[in-house]
Ligand binder design. Structure first.
Ligand code: NAI
Ligand code: 15L
Length: 272
């Protein structure tokens, strides 16, 4: 295996473990740690061997503190994953991510892998190629909350030395679903490989990396995160024919002009 530091962690925390990506990583990260601690506000089912279940609401600071205590590293996926009313985004993503980093500081956790999102840069036009230094242009409250999470992680690195990887995940599903996702798709296998690299690389520092597979067209360039040696194996290309046949004309609306797709369109959540 292409690892710089050997497993296992003694105890790894996975937040958002009941979600779509959490279910994938719940299976995959078992071999990276002696105990995998799983947390979510939604049901986690029953614990398998080597798992520990600690349900909690990320908005509850004391509960998050207890969940983080005793862990060596954190993969933080929990939170709202789509555009929602600001108050919900505030509680789960802004306060919630603050609680995770505060608890990490209090309990001496040295590394966090934070699920950021491509929606931090969603208002860049399609076709433009961005690297981690490109200006952020969040495309909604959700993207703003991820941008806050990235700043928060940078602050905790600069002040306390807690290393973080901010994964600007594109579209992580078993298969791409539309023409945009032919560009933004990351396979679950490539996401797993990226998370594992971030957990194990000797010197992570503070890294910002786009979570994307080796697709034919790319809007994102990960050269500023080259030290991670993230080498995606999958590509959206095998899905192209089916998707282009199903969605014959490329859409012409505002969603088609910007990298964030439908997220850039005003949602139903603004105050009247
Ligand atoms: P998901 O919605 O399936 O999972 C998120 C989980 O977080 C859910 O199980 C939910 O119950 C939990 N959660 C929400 N609010 C919570 C709270 N207040 N306290 C505790 N848990 C809470 O989303 P998915 O697709 O699994 O995404 C995981 C992470 O990756 C999210 O942070 C999302 O923003 C990020 N991401 C996902 C992408 C994708 O393509 N699936 C793309 C970019 C980012
Ligand atoms: C995200 O950040 C969302 O969590 C997910 O629901 C997808 O829609 C993805 O981005 C995307 O941009 O396709």
């Amino acid at each position: 295996m292409d690892m710089d530091t050997p497993p296992p962690f003694a105890r790894l925390l996975l937040t958002g473990a009941a979600g779509a990506l959490g279910k994938v990583l719940r299976q995959e990260l078992r071999r990276d740690t002696r105990v995998l601690r799983l947390s979510d506000v939604a049901s986690l089912g029953s614990a398998a061997a080597g798992e520990e279940l600690m349900p909690c609401d990320l908005a509850d600071k004391e509960a998050v503190d207890a969940v983080v205590q005793g862990c060596d590293a954190i993969v933080h996926l929990g939170g709202v994953a789509t555009e929602q009313p600001f108050e919900q985004v505030l509680e789960a993503n802004i306060r919630g991510t603050f609680h995770v980093y505060e608890a990490a500081r209090r309990h001496g956790v040295r590394r966090v892998v934070f699920a950021s999102s491509n929606h931090v840069t969603g208002f860049h036009p399609v076709g433009e190629v961005l690297d981690a230094d490109a200006p952020r242009r969040p495309d909604g409250y959700y993207g703003l909350s991820k941008s806050f999470g990235e700043d928060l992680s940078r602050f905790y690195f600069d002040r306390y030395g807690i290393e973080s990887a901010c994964l600007r995940i594109g579209s992580c599903y078993p298969e791409p679903r539309d023409r945009r996702m032919l560009v933004t798709w990351q396979s679950p296998g490539d996401l797993t490989a990226l998370v594992r690299r971030c957990l194990r690389v000797a010197n992570l520092g503070h890294a910002v990396v786009y979570g994307v597979s080796d697709n034919r067209e790319l809007w994102w360039d990960n050269r500023l995160a080259a030290h991670l040696d993230y080498a995606p194996r999958d590509s959206s290309e095998p899905f192209r024919e089916r998707i282009e046949a199903a969605q014959r004309a490329a859409p012409q609306d505002k969603a088609a002009q910007f990298q964030g797709g439908a997220f850039v369109q005003a949602g139903p959540f603004e105050s009247k």
